[in-house]
Design a protein around this ligand. Structure first.
Ligand code: ADP
Length: 161
């Protein structure tokens, strides 16, 4: 059984992430969306909030589950028997960093393969940062995240619709 991991901060999860999740779930037998619990990185949403939003968004995909990890991705992968890392590539600017990380992970464990999915044209501009930037000014984020997340995101900026 091929277990893949799609790691990230998902602060918050967007339609761009969902697109990668839906497509990669067709490639691996089981996909674990791995939410990074990075205490040094100031996240807008708590780990629990990020996990629950991803669960809501992926409830329709049977072979997807959500996990969280701290520390090295390769160590977490051993724990859950995952051998495939899924990453999304939006623009060429993503590439340099992603290549370096993929090679470093491969050196750590030669069983690990990283698969890059190019983002769909519809979402190549979309990042969690863009969502937060628009939301912080009360901008329209309905094309970025599902309707049921909008109030939760605005609430972080004390904005009501
Ligand atoms: P973000 O850059 O959105 O803050 P994360 O750390 O949560 O992202 O990203 C996790 C993974 O999802 C990364 O591989 C990133 O390149 C990918 N990703 C994020 N947004 C998109 C998108 N719109 N299309 C394709 N891949 C994406």
């Amino acid at each position: 059984m091929k277990v893949g991991i799609y790691p990230g901060s998902f602060d918050p999860v967007t339609f761009g992430h969902l697109d990668i999740i839906e497509r990669s779930a067709k490639i691996v037998d089981e996909l674990v969306v791995g939410v990074l619990n990075n205490s040094a990185k100031n996240s807008l949403f708590s780990l629990e909030e990020r996990v629950s939003m991803i669960k809501e968004m992926t409830a329709h995909i049977p072979n997807v589950r959500v996990g969280c990890f701290e520390g090295l991705l390769v160590d977490y992968m051993k724990e859950i028997n995952a051998t495939i890392i899924i990453r999304g590539l939006r623009a060429v600017t993503d590439f340099e960093y992603e290549l370096q990380i993929a090679q470093a992970n491969g050196v750590q464990n030669s069983e690990i393969e990283t698969i890059f999915l190019t983002s769909s044209l519809n979402y190549s501009y979309l990042s969690s940062t863009i969502v937060k930037e628009f939301a912080s000014y009360g901008g329209d984020i309905s094309k970025f995240v599902p309707e049921q997340f909008i109030d939760r995101i605005y609430a972080k900026y004390n904005i009501t619709r």
